[in-house]
Write a protein that binds this ligand. Structure first.
Ligand code: CIR
Length: 302
């Protein structure tokens, strides 16, 4: 044992020497804990979900059957679409959203599909330039409303962009290139998003009108996708629930806070969605489906 005398006090340094491994292990453990906390924080950030407070909706007009459609699944009924739209709005209210309800716009038979007119982030609202000529102008009244809540920017011609092609997941935005959204529109949106420290990437839309006809975020790093996007290289960072061939329409779900609005009549997808820690509310949107629309299209939530 090593000993020395200091001011008459006999000190043994043996315990210090034998403590070195313990100190080293303790330091190692502390370091590991710090790393573990950093990983936890990063994980929480990944899963830090946006929370929605408002939704803009618009009542379908009497002439809604004159809207654009590629579907041939029966003739749409005005009384039924009104009923389905009321249920939709009531559901949004019941889950705590404040609804900005707009009246129908007789000049625009597709105007109740408000989603296509804007992209709203926590920092900014980007007003779209709809890709279908018959829909250009729908965005003007939406811009006036959103200006009360956010700074506004616009997608300008020759850029075109429909909100249905834009999927926001935290700070990243997927922008579908489709018949409605062109590369120039995507680039303009991307440049605006970059100013607010957001990232973006484009993705080609094949089948389906918009990107969100096929891919939607359902929280906790998980996407609901059609088979076309199940193995897409741009989406590898996400877990996926894949809808089957017969139920592709059911990929269009609307995720709001702890709820998931899903279209009624798709039992296989409903069973798969039960794995999520969300309350699932099924809504009948048959009349919207006849006009190529669905749950996401009927509101701008922010
Ligand atoms: C259209 O073709 O523009 C409308 N009939 C349907 C738009 C649906 N919107 C959407 O999926 N975001």
């Amino acid at each position: 044992m090593l000993e020395f005398l200091s001011a008459g006090i006999k000190v043994s340094i043996a315990p210090l020497i034998t403590d070195i491994p313990i100190i080293a292990i303790s330091l190692l453990v502390l370091n590991r804990l710090a790393n573990f906390n950093a990983i936890l924080e990063e994980h929480e950030e990944l899963h830090m979900e946006i929370s929605f407070t408002f939704a803009i909706t618009r009542k379908p007009g009497k002439n809604f059957v004159q809207g654009l459609t590629t579907e041939n699944i029966g003739s749409p009924s005005y009384s039924l679409i009104l009923q389905q739209h009321i249920s939709y709005v009531e559901t949004l209210k019941s889950i705590g959203l404040k609804i900005i309800e707009l009246d129908s716009q007789s000049d625009y038979p597709d105007a109740h599909f408000v989603e296509d007119t804007a992209v709203v982030t926590p920092d900014i609202a980007i007003i779209a330039n709809p890709g279908a000529v018959s829909r250009q102008g729908e965005e003007e009244s939406i811009a006036e409303i959103l200006a009360q809540y956010r700074a506004i920017e616009h997608i300008q011609a020759p850029g075109t962009l429909d909100g249905g092609d834009v999927l926001m997941i935290g700070d990243h935005f997927f922008i579908g290139i489709s018949e409605r959204t062109n590369s120039e529109g995507a680039k303009q949106l991307g440049k605006i998003l970059e100013k607010y420290a957001k990232t973006w990437s484009t993705i080609q839309v094949g089948a389906g009108l918009h990107f969100k006809s096929s891919v939607n975020y359902v929280g906790k790093n998980c996407l609901l996708v059609t088979r076309d996007f199940a193995n897409h290289e741009v989406l590898t960072a996400y877990d996926k629930i894949i809808v089957n061939k017969e139920e592709e329409y059911a990929a269009n779900v609307l995720w709001i806070n702890d709820y998931l609005l899903a279209p009624k009549g798709f039992p296989d997808t409903k069973a798969k969605l039960k794995a999520l820690d969300l309350e699932i509310i099924e809504l009948d949107v048959s009349e919207m489906q006849k006009m190529d629309g669905g749950l996401t299209c009927l509101s701008i939530r922010f």
